[in-house]
Design a protein around this ligand. Structure first.
Ligand SMILES: NC(=O)c1ccc[n+]([C@@H]2O[C@H](COP(=O)([O-])OP(=O)(O)OC[C@H]3O[C@@H](n4cnc5c(N)ncnc54)[C@H](OP(=O)(O)O)[C@@H]3O)[C@@H](O)[C@H]2O)c1
Length: 275
């Protein structure tokens, strides 16, 4: 389980331990390791962008006689900014964490999963199916994670490994506060002209993100879906989390782009600053 310090990663680590699994819970700081350590939850220091950490994880897994049941690629960062103003190094960083980190962890642990007939569970997002304004980088990486998951599923299904995608809508975790703080920092770096063009949009997105997450399901509820993805004997290729995600993922499958534009624009307009 990557990203187990907070949110649905922490909840899912505990839920899986409760069900009798031994969970290697990836965290980045010693204090998070101390907080998550419990019966059945063994913290490992894991920044998924650090090749040395990923190698150490693979060595830890290889040294264990127990079969590896699943790799849950859950770590993620929320970065919202208009395509025009997000600095290129931040674009790359979002993909580094939200896509390449997962690929690196998956590559490192795939030999163990092939041995055990285990599975990969990738935590995507409703943002892996619809890309709202200012979500270019985040949704871009999540769309890519969806595609990589499809490719991988078709590569390893004949070898006995399942690949499952989980698509949460709003879930009450740390991610929204972190995302709003990041969006505000990035907005502070916009030029006056960019402010003129996108300032209201960024504020509205922040409000929408905060309210969407606050009205979302709990991290414990999301953890139950992740646990299902890990344990179902014949898992579906995708599970949504929350009614919002179930509805939106269905809508975008059938609605034309312009209709989706109208839905997301109308939804966002309610959150624009009054002036
Ligand atoms: N909450 C939602 O509404 C929602 C909706 C759709 C999808 N998701 C997805 O669900 C997943 C979990 O998010 P959450 O909502 O539970 O958010 P969260 O509470 O912010 O948790 C994110 C986790 O990712 C970790 N992380 C960030 N960068 C990392 C890196 N480089 N290496 C390893 N770990 C890293 C964080 O660790 P630190 O504490 O060390 O930063 C934290 O443990 C993410 O992939 C997110 O995109 C969330």
């Amino acid at each position: 389980m990557t990203g187990a310090s907070t949110g649905m990663g922490a909840s899912a680590a505990r839920e899986l331990a409760r069900r009798g699994f031994h969970v290697l819970a990836g965290v980045r700081r010693d204090r998070d390791a101390d907080a998550i350590r419990a019966d059945g939850v063994e913290p490992v220091i894991l920044d998924i962008t650090e090749p040395e950490h990923v190698r150490a994880l693979a060595a830890r897994v290889a040294a264990d006689a127990r079969p590896l049941r699943a790799v849950v690629n859950n770590a993620g960062i929320q970065v919202n900014a208009p395509v025009e103003s997000l600095p290129m190094e931040r674009w790359r960083w979002v993909f580094e964490v939200n896509l390449f980190g997962h690929v690196a962890v998956t590559q490192a642990l795939l030999p163990a999963l092939l041995d055990s007939g285990g599975r990969v569970v990738n935590i995507s997002s409703v943002g892996g199916k619809v890309a709202m304004a200012t979500y270019g980088a985040y949704a871009g990486a999540k769309f890519a994670l969806e595609a990589v998951s499809d490719s991988l599923r078709r590569e390893v299904a004949p070898l006995g490994v399942h690949v499952v995608v989980v698509e949460p809508g709003g879930v009450r975790t740390e991610i929204a506060h972190r995302g709003v703080a990041t969006a505000n920092d990035l907005a502070a770096g916009m030029t006056p002209a960019q402010h003129e063009r996108y300032g209201g949009m960024v504020e509205a997105t922040n409000r929408l993100m905060a309210t969407g997450t606050a009205s979302g399901v709990t991290a414990d509820a999301a953890a139950l879906v992740i646990a299902k993805a890990v344990t179902a004997r014949r898992p579906r290729t995708r599970y949504t989390v929350g009614r919002d995600a179930a509805l939106i993922t269905r809508l975008v499958r059938v609605l034309p782009d312009r209709a989706v534009d109208r839905v997301v624009t109308t939804n966002l307009r309610r959150h624009y600053p009054k002036a």
